[in-house]
Design a protein around this ligand. Structure first.
Ligand code: F6R
Length: 351
C-alpha cells in the first residue's frame, strides 16, 4: 500500500498530503501575515497566554518551548473555557481557533476581554473573528480550507512575528527562513513518491502498524513534538498513541513496563532527541532504551536536524505528520476527516 502513491492521493479526501507538502510555503506566508497585523497597544507585557484547543493549541506549546530560552516572560498554554487568575492588563493573549467557533476558545476570549488583557486573534473567521472585529481586537486571518492540524504554520509563526515586532524576541526572521528551506529538503525524503525502503516516514508508519506508539520527548526540547506525534496518530490514523517526557518518565512510567507482558509486546517506543538535550538526559536515553528493548516490540530514536530551534522542532514534526498519514493508509482510513470530533461539537452545540 505505501508504495502505491497514486492510491494514497486518491484516498486523501481533504488533501492532507498536499497541505503537508505546502508547509514550507505556509510557514513563509505565516511570517508575512504576522508582520502585517496591527499590534495590540502597550509594551509592558508580563506574561503571554495562548488559548486554544487541539490543532489550534499546539502552536502555543511550540511557542512555549521555542520561547523558553529566548523570551523574558513566561508563555502559558490554556486549553480551557477559563483563563488562569493572573491574566490581566499586562497579559498578551493569543486566542487561536482555526474555525473560529470552538466554544472553549470563545469563552476564554470573552474572559480575556473582561480582564482587560491585550488580545490578538488568529482564525479563519467564525464567531471569534466577528467578536474581535466588533471589539477592535487585531485579527490575523489565516487561509481557510485545510484541517486545523495542517495549519500549524499559520497558527504559530504569526505569534513569533508579533512578539518580535513588540521587541520581545529577536533573530526569528532568520529562523523562519531556515525553517522553510529545511522543510523543503525534508519533504523530498518523506513524500509519497519515495518508496518505503528509502522513506523514513513510511518506515516509521510501518513500525507503528498494528502496534500502539509510545512517544517520548525531553522537557524543554522535543516535549511538544512528542505531544504532536500522539495527536497526529490519533486524528490522522484514528489510532491510540501515548506520550511522555524525559526525565520525568524515568521516575514513574519506566516502572510500568512489566505487566501484562503479552500486551507490552504491542507497544512501539520512539525517543525524540535534540542535539541540545541536557547531557544527563542523553545518558538516560541509553539506559532507558536498554531496559525497554526486551519489554516492547521495538524502540527507535530520531534526532532533530537543523541549526535553529524552529527548524529542529519542525524537522521532527514533519516526520511525525507524514508518518501518521501513512499509518492512516496502512489502516485503510482517510486521514483528513475527524468525524468523531465533528459529532461531539455538533452535539454540544445543540445543548
Ligand atoms: C482538527 C483538529 C482539532 C481542532 C480542534 C479545535 O483538524 O486538529 O484538534 O483543532 O477541535 O478546533 P479549532 O482549531 O477550529 O478551534
Amino acid at each position: 500500500m505505501l508504495n502505491d502513491w497514486q492510491a494514497m492521493y486518491a484516498g486523501d479526501s481533504m488533501g492532507m498530503l498536499e497541505a503537508l507538502w505546502n508547509l514550507p510555503d505556509q510557514c513563509a506566508r505565516a511570517w508575512e501575515l504576522g508582520l502585517a497585523t496591527p499590534l495590540p497597544p502597550g509594551r509592558d507585557v508580563r506574561q503571554v497566554v495562548v488559548t486554544g484547543l487541539g490543532g489550534s493549541a499546539i502552536g502555543g506549546d511550540l511557542l512555549r518551548v521555542y520561547g523558553s530560552g529566548r523570551l523574558s516572560v513566561p508563555v502559558v498554554v490554556n486549553r480551557d473555557y477559563v483563563l488562569p487568575q493572573f491574566v490581566g492588563p499586562q497579559t498578551l493573549v493569543f486566542a487561536v481557533s482555526y474555525s473560529g467557533n470552538t466554544e472553549e476558545t470563545l469563552s476564554a476570549y470573552r474572559e480575556a476581554r473582561e480582564r482587560g488583557a491585550r488580545l490578538v486573534v488568529l482564525t479563519t473567521g467564525g464567531r471569534l473573528k466577528e467578536m474581535a472585529l466588533a471589539d477592535g481586537v487585531p485579527v490575523i486571518t489565516v487561509p481557510a480550507g485545510i484541517a486545523p492540524r495542517a495549519a500549524t504554520g499559520y497558527l504559530f509563526i504569526p505569534t513569533l512575528a508579533v512578539l518580535s515586532r513588540m521587541g520581545m524576541l529577536s533573530g526569528v526572521e532568520a529562523g523562519v527562513e531556515e525553517l522553510s528551506r529545511h522543510l523543503q529538503s525534508l519533504r523530498e525524503k518523506y513524500k509519497p513518491e519515495v518508496p518505503l525502503d528509502e522513506n523514513p516516514a513510511k518506515q516509521m508508519a510501518a513500525n507503528f502498524h498494528n502496534r500502539i506508539p509510545v512517544i517520548w520527548g525531553a522537557s524543554g526540547t522535543t516535549e511538544v513534538v512528542a505531544q504532536r506525534w500522539k495527536g497526529q496518530v490519533n486524528e490522522n490514523a484514528k489510532a491510540p498513541a501515548y506520550w511522555n517526557v524525559f526525565p520525568e518518565l524515568n521516575h514513574n512510567e519506566l516502572v510500568g513496563f512489566q505487566y501484562p507482558p503479552e500486551l507490552l509486546q504491542r507497544l512501539y517506543i520512539v525517543i525524540l532527541r535534540d542535539p541540545r538535550d541536557h547531557p544527563r538526559v542523553v545518558l538516560r536515553y541509553a539506559v532507558t532504551r536498554e531496559i525497554m528493548e526486551k519489554a516492547v516490540a521495538g524502540v527507535t530514536e530520531v534526532t532533530a536536524t537543523g541549526r535553529d530551534g524552529l527548524a529542529r522542532l519542525y524537522s521532527l514534526i514533519y516526520l511525525g505528520d507524514y508518518a501518521s498519514i501513512y499509518l492512516a493508509f496502512l489502516y485503510g482510513v482517510d486521514p483528513g476527516p475527524v468525524k468523531v470530533i465533528d459529532r461531539l461539537k455538533a452535539s454540544l452545540a445543540g445543548k
